[in-house]
Design a protein around this ligand. Sequence first.
Ligand SMILES: Cc1cc2nc3c(=O)[nH]c(=O)nc-3n(C[C@H](O)[C@H](O)[C@H](O)COP(=O)(O)OP(=O)(O)OC[C@H]3O[C@@H](n4cnc5c(N)ncnc54)[C@H](O)[C@@H]3O)c2cc1C
Length: 409
Amino acid sequence: MDFEDTPEEAAFRQEVRAFLEAHATLRTGTDADWSRGNVATDPDQQAEYVRRCQEWQRTLYDHGWAGLAWPKAFGGAGRSPAHQIIFNQELAVFDATSGFIGAAQQLVGPPLMRHGSREQQARYLGPLLRGDEGWCQLFSEPGAGSDLACLATRAVADGDEWVVNGQKVWTSAAQHADFGILLARTDPDAPKHKGITFFIVDMRSPGIEIRPLVQATGLTHFNEVFLTDVRIPAANVVGEVGEGWTVARTVLASEAGMIGGAGQSSTFDAVLALARECERTADPLIRQRLADVYIRERIIKFLGYRMQTAIMHKRGTPPDPSVLKNFFTTTLSRRVELAVELEGAGGMLAGSDAPQDGFWQQQVMAQFSSRIGGGTNEVHKNMIGERALGLPAEPRADKDVPWRDLPRS
Ligand SMILES: Cc1cc2nc3c(=O)[nH]c(=O)nc-3n(C[C@H](O)[C@H](O)[C@H](O)COP(=O)(O)OP(=O)(O)OC[C@H]3O[C@@H](n4cnc5c(N)ncnc54)[C@H](O)[C@@H]3O)c2cc1C
């Protein structure tokens, strides 16, 4: 692992820092930081958060920092993934984020660049990079989550259109999205991983009903989406008909890396500030737990450096994204649970009655979502076992059985 930048990396880092210093302020590690998460249940405050995310994305775009590692042909800056890592490392100390817009770019950009038609690339990638159009991911269903390939939403060809019927669930930001990436079954007689097709769907199409789901945090991060006789032009198929699983894998790989990569941003300072405010820093058990969180956040940072070294110098194997994802989510849990305990009796309150307007209480309730979204921790453990440790794969008796014959709930 290299801790020192090469001269080229150091020059690039300086350039990034100069840009960030000119356009953003440093994080304070307190609730004054707008970018530390959208915790407002009030619609006006939520809208303000979304507006600031869009504004930051536009600032990135206008100054040539959007799509840093995307090829120039697709409107990106044509830099390497290692440059993106350096950018993220520097950004982590600044009070700025593009929130779900950045996430949408990581989910939608790679499949369109790799598998999309020229027309699709020309139509969608530019507005995606500018943050002008919102996207959602219509993959999970009530009967298909970890075992996504079981999905039952049906698409039937009708002339030069497809007619789609089914239900999706846990669809993040569907209520704000202009378009969705959709997986639907086009051949029920093929085994479950075959016969799936990947579509782009206009979220304003007749027949789409979006029902927001209110979470324990009070936020409506995700939705149920019902599709009834929704018509999608054949030109909106991404890749080949029946080969949607290949396209979906591009999305899933990018998603796990994205959630693990979120670990670049440390919030240890915020927990330490809280411990000081609550006058708990002399307590030896609290000190131990603060040290534990600090050490874990450093390890996440060093895993990031290992990734950067492997990518930049093509030396060694980068850490598996599943390792990063699971380590990040377990660290997050330890950090937020410590924060609420630091607040003592006040930690039992919620909303504006609680310290910091209930920020840490919301984080405790929200911690489970990061352990589930983008593949559950258990599923990622399976992947670590199979890919990183070379253990025998899980038995997959249904792999070659036609989807139509599989038992389903
Ligand atoms: C915050 C958040 C945002 C999300 N956003 C989206 C989105 O935008 N679009 C979208 O399509 N989906 C989204 N999801 C859904 C997410 O991908 C699924 O929740 C996830 O894949 C798990 O599926 P499931 O909920 O059906 O649980 P299940 O698959 O039913 O799992 C239930 C339990 O069984 C365990 N389990 C299942 N299979 C195995 C196995 N083989 N080995 C060991 N344990 C196993 C799981 O770990 C889990 O504990 C989101 C979820 C969250 C929490």
